[in-house]
Structures are given as C-alpha cells and as structure tokens.
Design a protein around this ligand. Structure first.
Ligand code: SME
Length: 164
C-alpha cells in the first residue's frame, strides 16, 4: 500500500468506526469492536488491541491476534513508553528497540497510540506487524483519529475507564 492510499483508507475506517460505535458507550464492547475493525481493516497486522491503565500498570484489554502479556508497567516496553510519554510511539524494527516486550516472536514493527482524556493516560491502542517498518505518519494520524472517535463515546458515558 502506498502512503497516498492510506489517508483514504483511514477516512473510510473512521466512518465505519463512528457507525459501528453509534450511541453505544460501553467501554469493553466498543474496544472489542474497534480492535476487530482495525485488525480486519488494515493490511499486514498480526495484533491489534488495547491496554488500559490501572494505577502504575497497563492491563490487557480487548484485542485480536495471539494471546498477549497481561500486565505492562508504565515506562516498560513500547506500550509503557507511549503511556509514559503521552505521545504515539512508532518502532520500525522491534529488535532495535531495547525496551520492547516480545509477546509474539513474529512481530517486527509496532505502533502504540496513547488514549488521553483530561490530561490523563487512560490506556493505549497497540498495533503489531510481521513486516519491518510497517507504520508511518499516515498510520499515526489515522490511528490517532480512530482513538479520538473512541474517546468521544467515553466522554458521553458515565463509565470510569479505570474502575472497569
Ligand atoms: N510489544 C509490546 C507488548 C504488547 S504486545 O505487542 C501485544 C510492548 O513492547 O509494549
């Protein structure tokens, strides 16, 4: 896929996600559907899913792909690094990211988007690929938009993500 095609793909995914979530505000249901939409909608992924923050750790949430590690301390791994920095982290080659936590030996590149509301990191969206250098700026922008759509539904609900 060329980077020219990606913005269009993400526009389409954003529309699909907004329709899929609709008025639903249940966190787990929305996260599960979003993980499935991304996993089946984006090419060359081996894993797509969520970790939610519970105090000093990230805990595994809904995902698609092989079973994954359950708890990741903030600051550890690609996920914990994105959560600590509060910014998206792109890792072109996981073998060259010393802090990387290998859940799946096939994973070669990774992108983690933090979910931030009211200046608090609520969790992260994690994407893994078996291809090196799979993720670029178009993926970052596209996935940050998908996370924004997901977080809008949460804002409308009374559910506190960290107490789920
Ligand atoms: N590789 C991640 C761990 C989670 S799995 O990829 C699903 C990390 O380094 O944080």
């Amino acid at each position: 896929m060329t980077s020219m095609e990606k913005p269009e793909l993400y526009r389409d995914l954003s529309r699909q996600l907004a329709a899929l979530l609709g008025d639903e505000t249940d966190l787990v249901a929305n996260a599960a559907n979003m993980a499935a939409l991304i996993f089946h909608g984006l090419p060359d992924l081996s894993w797509a899913g969520f970790y939610f923050r519970a105090g000093p750790v990230l805990v595994l949430g809904p995902f698609q792909g092989k079973p994954a590690c359950v708890r990741i301390p903030i600051g550890r791994g690609v996920c914990g690094t994105a959560a600590a920095r509060g910014t998206t982290v792109l890792v072109p080659d996981v073998h060259e990211f010393p802090a990387h936590i290998a859940c799946d030996a096939q994973s070669r590149s990774e992108m983690v988007v933090p979910m931030i509301a009211d200046r608090e990191v609520l969790g992260v969206l994690d994407l893994d690929s078996p291809l090196p250098d799979r993720f670029d700026e178009a993926d970052r922008r596209g996935c940050e938009e998908l996370v924004a759509i997901f977080l809008e539904r949460r804002r409308e609900s009374n559910v506190d993500m960290q107490r789920r």
